[in-house]
Design a protein around this ligand. Structure first.
Ligand SMILES: Cc1cc2nc3c(=O)[nH]c(=O)nc-3n(C[C@H](O)[C@H](O)[C@H](O)COP(=O)(O)OP(=O)(O)OC[C@H]3O[C@@H](n4cnc5c(N)ncnc54)[C@H](O)[C@@H]3O)c2cc1C
Length: 476
């Protein structure tokens, strides 16, 4: 059986940051990624080919519940960072302090995390848009200004000189490879073997269906909040795993206005943060087929989209839910069963979110706005908003999210946490969880920056515990 010092399962925000930190410090590192390797930019965004190759289950995933919530995950080298919008937030001192109090996490202060975040920001070229905001962003900013609401331009990990989003395959994975890490795509870890309370080997399925076992000193599980929990459960590591899945349930509306334009490459970067962190309003896409999907549950014909020449965009309002989800594995089923309970007060929050979303889009000067809710009708005036908000019942809501986390909570309280303050399993030696699973509770911000900062902090802690000096954090 092949043996490595560090096995990293998954190559997304958590896995790539972990691998880079370990490899740069001289640790023999092998990254196993279930999905394929796709050159950045090779597949047009939101194309059928991209959905097939880089999204898990072609982008069709659902947390069951009333209402159900559709969610998306990347499944490729680089994970969700290859398909996400690239909007960056640094985790705030208040967020870190809240987790420290709530879960008993040690050493999670902004004095520790800020220098890591600063290095991430430089490595990923986190920056604002050069020049005036693109139309779809300026549109939302104008609506916020008209209402007197606070809005910001969220920086992105983006190189404006090359036009390339700085996903993990272009940054941390590339750096990890330069330091000798190997990345094997098409390699799915089915389960981790545990002997006498220690994780010892991974059972790995190749793209051809064949199986191999790989031994390790330490395994870093970084498959994303749903898949990491599922892998642990399949491996019999179950204490406090998969019971506290958190997310940002999100409502959408389509705004029609020639001021928005229809640039399929544009990602609106303005966010209304007047009601943050409990509610954030932003934009996602102006792409025709996605607009049609958003209109699917409404009373508006989806065929109208291609003929609507003036411009349209999808805007969203995401809430920080107090609800909890579960990840379960069922015998003989490959995919985990994901459920999410939307509490009653969340429905009221989602209604309020939809009301504010419609307000800001009308204030921005939309010709008409359609709430993406079952039976949603086009509206043109603010006095029509209450009718659309009232449609947002538990049964008629059409919810989605791209932010899932918190399935393997981190902290010293063994009653509620699955891993310690640095991601090491409370139950099994030689097993560290280092991805969105350990982001305890929905953060109220776009989470990739937080996932990466925690992963680097935990990997550096792992090294120093073993007397290994971490390498400098900056590499660009
Ligand atoms: C469409 C979309 C848009 C988003 N937009 C933003 C944004 O603008 N800003 C932001 O901050 N965040 C955004 N996010 C969220 C952000 O991308 C995630 O929070 C972050 O990538 C999570 O990192 P992770 O390492 O936990 O998981 P991922 O990045 O999802 O990586 C997990 C990887 O592990 C692999 N894997 C899973 N199980 C196994 C296994 N058993 N064996 C081998 N490999 C496995 C998966 O295939 C995947 O490639 C977005 C997400 C999506 C899906």
């Amino acid at each position: 059986m092949k043996h490595v010092e560090a096995l990293v399962v998954g190559s997304g925000a958590g896995g790539a940051s972990t691998a880079a930190t370990l490899a740069a410090a001289g640790v023999e590192t092998l990254v196993l990624e279930e999905g394929p390797e796709v050159a950045p930019g090779a597949l047009p965004q939101f194309s059928q080919a991209q959905m097939r190759h880089q999204y898990r289950n072609r982008g069709q995933l659902m947390a069951l519940g009333l209402p159900p919530i559709t969610y998306a995950e990347g499944r490729c080298v680089g994970g969700s960072t290859e398909i996400n919008s690239g909007l960056y937030h640094r985790p705030s001192a208040a967020l870190l302090a809240g987790w420290t109090r709530g879960w008993g996490i040690e050493g999670l202060t902004s004095e520790v995390v800020d220098p890591i975040s600063a290095a991430i920001e430089r490595n990923l070229c986190v920056s604002t848009f050069p020049g005036p905001l693109p139309p779809a962003s300026a549109f939302l900013a104008a609506g916020a200004e008209a209402l007197g609401w606070y809005s910001v331009e969220v920086p992105r990990w983006f190189r404006h000189d090359t036009g390339q989003r700085q996903s993990m395959s272009l940054t941390y994975l590339r750096y990890a490879r330069q330091h000798g890490a190997r990345v094997r795509s098409g390699a799915r870890v089915q389960r981790i073997e545990v002997r006498d309370g220690r994780a010892t080997a991974a059972v790995v399925e190749g793209a051809d269906g064949g199986q191999v076992r790989i031994g390790f000193d330490t395994v870093f599980v970084c498959g994303g909040a749903v898949q990491s929990a599922a892998l642990l459960l399949r491996s019999g590591v179950a204490a406090n795993v998969g019971r506290t899945l958190s997310m940002h349930p999100t409502v959408k509306a389509v705004a029609f206005s020639e001021k928005i334009g229809n640039d399929p490459h544009d990602v609106p970067v303005t966010q209304v943060r007047e009601f943050a962190p409990d509610m954030t309003i932003g934009g996602s896409a102006t792409d025709g087929p996605l607009l049609a999907l958003s209109l699917l549950p409404t009373a508006v014909g989806v065929r109208e989209i291609p003929t609507y020449g003036a411009g349209a965009g999808i805007y969203y309002a995401a809430i920080r839910s107090s609800g909890r989800g579960r990840v379960r594995v069922l015998p003989r089923l490959r995919d985990p069963l994901v459920t999410f309970r939307v509490p009653t007060d969340d429905i009221a929050r989602l209604q309020s979110a939809m009301g504010r979303l419609l307000m800001v889009l009308l204030a921005a000067g939309s010709d008409q706005v359609v709430a993406s809710v079952h039976g949603g009708e086009p509206i043109t005036r603010a006095d029509q908003i209450p009718v659309e908000v009232a449609r947002m019942s538990r049964r008629a809501a059409d919810l989605m999210t791209v932010h899932v986390c918190s399935s393997v909570p981190m902290g010293e309280d063994r009653e509620i946490c699955a891993v310690d303050s640095f991601g090491a399993s409370h139950e099994v030696a030689g097993l560290v969880v280092n991805d969105a699973s350990i982001v305890n509770g929905a953060p109220g911000i776009n989470p990739q920056g937080t996932v990466m900062a925690l992963a680097i902090r935990n990997a550096e802690h792992f090294l120093t515990q073993r007397g290994v000096r971490p390498a400098p954090r900056e590499f660009s």
